[in-house]
Design a binder for this molecule. Structure first.
Ligand code: NAD
Length: 477
């Protein structure tokens, strides 16, 4: 063996975790990986000790030291007070990119899409997963969808760098910017801006609904797909399933200082301890880890041995179909016995350079001139809209006028439709006659609302940026 040894943090996880991790470490070592694992406790046992994050302080310390986390699946206990360890690790360590390759291994793993070989790159920290939710009225709850320019820039650049470093030809961005013009619109806009720095990569955009349908129907048409957090989460499971088996799918979570590698599947309690589980998803994640730490040649050697094992008809129960199945341990030994061999029908894998974690080389966008020109006052109100409007008009002062009331985004005043079904949550828009409004006037409006007995929930300032409205206009306007 040559080269230096890389310290990594390893968690054996729950359910099938310990058995598949054992098998994978055995294969990685036999393949010549230069790794020094530090084992940490994670999951159910740690929650029971009272660490609500599911990780001990020593675990966090090891992760910060090694910056590389090889993680077996962890069971997330149901019920309050327990957070998903995956979400906690991703957010705490700034793992902004989730990378999920979905490849078909036909005819050795049955699939209807033999040519499929795509990678989904999902933004991992923002969007509806910020977890900022509120119950605002008797009948209405909300979840904040946060999308940031730096977050979009980083994931878009990572997507293009990934494509370039892996010899891939096209990046397809998927959003719903026809409906969410500001949030998804920003994701798409930044994708197109960053894409100008990568003229060698073909690039396009699809609305997520037709994109998801196409992934299910003709996944072989895609190369790299870039998506915001929620859509990326959903389409990566569709793609893994369509490729043949969720048991084969790996995932990498990449950040500037730390990265986590795991299988896509969970702890599979139904088959735990029976030597049935397929270690392949976790193994392929381990190979992504080797690429990440600069041991791409070792990764390729093991990958080729694994492909040859599939070709030779060695299969765990989840992919065996009508063939006899081997256990996870035996599967690992079969892979080890083929190290040095290459596949004959499947395309062999070469050493892969890890994509650099992008450091923006663009100057930050110039600061736009921001002017506050109005305010949306959100009110809980169980009565009819005309009475509400009359009461709100008593709050007007100077040029500040009530212009619009919407309910669930639909205009209901002035000139709403009787047919619109309303709930107890009203967005009441006050504008300042086209000129800017001092923040103290907004505060004063809320004071007048409170004095008038109107149960306002929150205000949202309406701002223009370089004269462009930075807010949605509301349907029916
Ligand atoms: P699961 O992925 O554990 O199991 C779904 C089905 O796939 C089961 O029938 C299982 O037997 C099978 N399966 C999964 N992995 C397999 C493998 N390697 N080989 C053969 N068959 C395999 O999903 P679940 O049952 O919904 O979740 C179980 C637990 O895992 C839950 O507590 C969940 O929160 C957790 N989970 C953890 C992660 C993670 O740590 N990354 C991901 C998903 C779910």
């Amino acid at each position: 063996m040559s080269g230096s040894t890389t310290p990594i943090t390893v968690a054996r996880g729950d359910g099938v975790g310990p058995e598949i991790m054992e098998a994978c470490l055995r294969i990685l070592e036999a393949g010549g990986a230069r790794l020094a694992p530090e084992f940490i406790e994670l999951g159910e046992a740690v929650w029971r000790q009272g660490h609500s994050s599911g990780m001990t302080p020593e675990g966090w310390e090891s992760l910060r030291r090694t910056g590389v986390f090889y993680k077996a699946p962890v069971a997330t206990p149901q019920g309050g007070g327990v957070k998903s360890i995956n979400v906690t690790v991703r957010k705490s360590l700034g793992l902004f990119a989730n990378v999920r390759p979905c490849t078909a291994y036909a005819p050795f793993v049955p699939t209807r899409h033999p040519g499929m070989d795509l990678v989904i790159i999902r933004e991992n920290e923002e969007d509806l997963y910020a977890g900022i939710e509120h119950r605002q009225t008797q009948d209405v709850v909300q979840c904040l969808k946060l999308v940031t320019r730096p977050g979009c820039e980083r994931i878009a650049r990572y997507g293009f760098e990934f494509a370039r470093s892996q010899g891939r030809k096209r990046v397809t961005c998927m959003t719903k910017d026809n409906i969410m013009k500001l949030t998804d619109g920003l994701f798409r806009q930044v994708f197109e801006e960053v894409g100008q720095d990568y003229p060698d990569i073909a690039q396009d955009h699809m609305i997520i609904d037709i994109g998801a349908a196409r992934i299910a129907d003709s996944p072989e048409a895609f190369d790299v797909i870039l998506a915001p957090n929620l859509y990326g989460d959903i389409i990566s499971d569709i793609a893994a399933q369509v490729a043949g088996s969720i048991g084969l799918a790996p995932s990498a979570n990449i950040g500037a200082r730390c990265a986590m590698f795991e299988a896509v599947h969970g702890s599979a309690p139904d088959i735990a301890g029976q030597d049935i589980a397929n270690p392949s998803g976790l193994l392929l994640a381990g190979l992504m880890m080797l690429n990440h730490v600069g041991q791409g040649e070792v990764a390729a050697r093991i990958h080729n041995a694994w492909l040859r094992t599939l070709e030779d008809g060695v299969a765990t129960a989840d992919i065996a179909g009508d063939r006899p199945a081997v256990g996870g341990e035996a599967f690992a030994s079969e892979v080890i016995s083929r190290i040095g061999a290459s596949p004959r029908r499947l395309a062999p894998v070469g050493a892969r350079r890890p994509p650099p974690v992008p450091i923006s080389n663009r100057p930050p966008a110039g600061r736009a001139e921001k002017t506050t020109i109005g305010v949306d006052l959100f009110v809980e109100w169980a009565g009819d809209v005309d009475t509400l409007a009359a009461r709100l008009q008593t709050l007007e002062q100077g040029p500040l006028e009530l212009r619009l009331i919407t309910n669930r985004g639909v205009k209901v005043w002035p000139e709403g439709l009787r047919e619109t079904d309303c709930v107890d949550h009203w967005r009441c828009r006050f504008m300042n006659g086209g000129s800017s409004i001092p923040l103290k006037d907004i505060a004063a409006l809320t004071v007048r609302a409170a004095e008038a007995g109107l149960a306002f929930i929150k205000t949202e300032n309406l701002c223009a940026f370089d004269g462009e409205p930075g807010f949605s206009l509301g349907q029916g306007q």
